[in-house]
Structure formats: C-alpha cells, structure tokens
Design a protein around this ligand. Structure first.
Ligand SMILES: C[S@@+](CC[C@H](N)C(=O)[O-])C[C@H]1O[C@@H](n2cnc3c(N)ncnc32)[C@H](O)[C@@H]1O
Length: 228
C-alpha cells in the first residue's frame, strides 16, 4: 500500500502506544510468546499485511475469545491501524488487539515456535512479475515460516481478488503438503462460508463486482512438503 508521508507520523504512533508491540525494543534477539502483550491468555491469531486495520478491528470486536496481532510493514499505514484500534476500544469486550510494525519475513525471529492458532492473509500484494515470486506471502518459503509459527492443526485463511495469485497459492499449498479445507472462487456468492469480515480492499473490489477468492488451509505438525 503506497501512502503519502504522514505529518507527525511518529507522534501519532506514540499516541497509540498501548496498542503497539515492539518485540525488538522490549527484548532484542529474544523469541516472544505473543500472549505477553495481552492481559488474558487466549488463542492468538496473526493478520499479516493488515493495511489500515479495518479487518483487525472488526475481528477483535467480534471474537472476544481470541487475541489478534495485526502486522503491517509500512509505518504510515500501521499508524492508521493503530488509530483505528484505539478509536474502537469501546466496541471490544476484550483488550485483544495489538499492532506490530514489521516485515512478515522477520516473524520467526520475533515469536516462539507454534505460538499462533491461525494466520490471516487478506489481499496480499500479488507481485505479478515472475522474478518477484518469492515476495508473495503464499510462496513456499513463507509457508515454511508459517509452519513454524502455527500450532499443530493451525489454520491459514487466505483471501484475494487476484486469480493468478490464488492459483499460484494453491500450487504452493500442495507443494508444501498442506490440505485445503475450504475453497471458493466467489466468496460472496458462497453460502457455505459464514461470518466473513470484509477488509478495506475487499469492500472496494466487491463494490466493483469482482469475485473474491478464498482458501482455508490446515497445517498439520509433521507433514513437510517439498521446499525446492
Ligand atoms: C493490498 S494491501 C491490503 C491491505 C488490507 N489487508 C486489506 O485487505 O484492505 C497489502 C498490505 O500488506 C502490506 N504488506 C505487504 N507485504 C508485507 C510484508 N512482507 N510484511 C508486512 N506487511 C506487508 C502492505 O504494506 C499493504 O498495507
């Protein structure tokens, strides 16, 4: 997500510091149990590439039984997610939402193995050029990192408007030996998939009449696929 540089970005981020987690600053080089940042121990979910944080705020409000860490690598964008998290505090029964400014590729160096119950990838950047395939968040190298982060039987929830990225992702899931439990090539017309929470990008695509592609993928503990 491109964004014009924000005036007073650092100050605005600092004003929401109760919702920001800074693992490197708190204890550099240490792997963290994500529950450290929440007052109550609950299953912790990750959203990677949260953008402005609409999904994260709605998910946290509608799932008080879970904790959610929403990750965004662009500080000016994460600032908007933080402000949304702060503004939505009154809508949440639980203090269960935190924002992390980080790149997805660093998550296994920040968090303990098998410490997340699920991961959401919502409208990840498609990186259409072949030479950039390794940057796609469903590339098998990222899937191996998710395998380390997710608990046994952990789930990956993936949504995109981009059919080539979706087809690429299905190939990567198969190569990694993962089972796709639910799949839809038109999520909003599929009555078998309940309780979808829309993201900012999704609302935009749906208003243009575009279909949304969806897959729910299960990670089993000792099932390693090919990684070459
Ligand atoms: C296309 S936007 C989608 C935003 C939001 N999920 C939505 O659906 O409205 C993708 C977001 O992922 C972030 N992103 C891309 N690659 C990332 C990475 N490697 N680590 C963390 N965030 C990333 C981008 O900065 C951008 O904000």
């Amino acid at each position: 997500m491109r964004m014009r540089r924000k005036k007073h970005g650092p100050e605005r981020i600092a004003a929401c510091s109760e919702y920001l987690i800074c693992p490197d600053k708190d204890m550099p080089g240490v792997l963290h149990d994500p529950s450290e940042w929440f007052p109550d121990r609950r299953p912790v979910f990750l959203e990677i590439g949260c953008g402005k944080g609409g999904f994260a705020s709605s998910y946290a409000a509608s799932h008080p039984e879970c904790n959610l860490i929403a990750v965004e690598r662009v500080p000016d964008v994460a600032c908007l997610a933080l402000e949304k998290a702060k503004a939505g505090r009154g809508e949440r029964q639980s203090d269960n939402l935190r924002i992390l400014i980080a790149n997805a590729q660093d998550l296994t160096r920040l968090f303990c193995e098998h410490s997340f119950a699920g991961i959401f990838l919502n409208f990840s950047d498609p990186w259409p050029k072949k030479g950039y395939a390794k940057r796609r968040l469903t590339h098998r190298l990222f899937l191996e990192q998710y395998r380390r982060l997710l608990s046994d039987h952990g789930l990956l929830y993936f949504k995109t408007d981009n059919e080539p990225l979706f087809d690429f992702s299905l190939e990567e899931f198969a190569a990694a030996g993962l089972s796709v439990e639910q799949i839809s090539r038109d999520l909003h017309e599929d009555t078998s998939i309940k309780d979808n929470i829309m993201t900012e990008y999704e609302s935009n695509f749906v208003s243009q009449g575009k279909p949304i592609f969806y897959a729910k993928v299960r990670f089993e503990k000792d099932h390693a696929g090919t990684t070459d």
